[in-house]
Every structure is written in structure tokens, then in C-alpha cells.
Ligand binder design. Sequence first.
Ligand code: PGA
Length: 251
Amino acid sequence: MRKKIVAGNWKMNTTVPEGVELAKAVVAKSSEVPAGVELVVAAPFTHLCPLAGVLEGTKVGLSAENCADKEKGAYTGEVSAAMLVSAGCKYTILGHSERRQYYGETDAKLVDKTRLALANGLDVILCVGENLEERDAGRHFDVCGEQIKNVLYNFSAEELKHIVVAYEPVWAIGTGKTASAEQAEEIHAFIRKTIAEKFGAEAAEETSILYGGSCKPSNAAELFAQKDIDGGLIGGAALNADDFIAIGKSF
Ligand code: PGA
């Protein structure tokens, strides 16, 4: 049985004290979320050490939002996978569309980042998704398929067990526009099929594929009811503990 996951992506929001309060509020309500659902919060680098203390021994896992494509050394401003592990992270998000769009993150770089993250014992939440122009041109399957092939196909079936995919249509991120459950499901099924082509049906069945893009308490249940949607990567709604927990209860 593949894992059900609800992961909050805080992006560049909250100061450290605000983040600690938010994490405490999530932990306080986390028992309301069914035992089979994994909760994760992905926070800015500055927040990771204090959050690790708050989350230790709870059912809420800690994630970074990015990691370096180099192991260590003279890379001013970067944070390595080994550093994230030492700060208490279990996961890192990689390839978020905001990083692809604003920080020039390429699939090739994501291969390096994923390799280092896995080698250091992190699980990876790998984001893929098309932008509005690509969706309007009917290229969404091609774009997502290419992103999956360019990154995931470089890894082994064993490594795949430590990778969660997040499908995030760029046009739905932070816009209030959610993909309909049908639109999301057809891409999720396609991503699973693309994974199966390389790794086999069984490995694809075991891979969790999350939906992200204006997911909120009012639409999470319909999305999570789809056969190939195994949870969500939540931006805006993860900044409110009640909303985040409500989404965690939506399976
Ligand atoms: P959103 O962001 O829920 O605010 O649309 C999702 C994400 O970018 O991960």
C-alpha cells in the first residue's frame, strides 16, 4: 500500500517564532488526522533546527524546500543534503515550479540534487507540472512526462521508493484555481503509467503521487478520492493549522 501524505509547503513565509507557533499548532491537532496519513511540514532553512525540536517524537515530519546540487565546499549561500539531515529533515522538496521559474532549476540540476538527497538519506518530494500556456496548447501530458523521464528515469527502483512525486499545475498554484478532480486524476494516472514504463507496474503502484495547487479543505476530499491521488502538497492553506489539519482529515 502506498503512503498517503499531506505536506505543507510554507515557501518564504513566517518568521522563526511564527513558524514555531504554527508547527506547535499543527502538532497539537495532529491526532485528529487518521493514523495512516503522514503529515509533513516543509519550512525555510532558518526554521529547520527549531522545528526539529518541536516535531521530534510527533507524527509530523520535517522537510526542507530545496537543497544544494553540490555535496559541500565553496558554494556560498547553499545548504547541502547532509546539512538538512543533520538539522532533522526527513524530506526535501525538489523542483518546485517556483524554483524552476525564478531560480533556473533545470531537470539536469534536479538529477544532481535528487542524487545527493537520496545518498544522504533524505526522501525527495519531486515536483512536476505544466504552466498555463502548455496546458492551453494541450501539452500537459508531454511536459509532465518529460519532467518525469528527465529526472526519475536516472534512478533505480530501490531509489524510487524514497521519491514522492507531486503534480502541481503551475496555473493552479496560489491562484485559487484548482485543477478539477478529473483533470488532476488523468495526469496522475499518466504519471503512474510513465513510472510503470520504466520501473514496472508494481513499483509504480507503490509510488505516492501528491496533488498541489490551491488545494484546500473545501476541495481536498474530492481530489483525494481519486484513484491515483495519494495526498497533497499544500501551499497557502498550510499556513493555517486548522486548514492544514482539515486537509489531512480529507481522505
Ligand atoms: P498553493 O501552493 O496551495 O498555495 O496553491 C501549492 C504549492 O506551490 O506547493
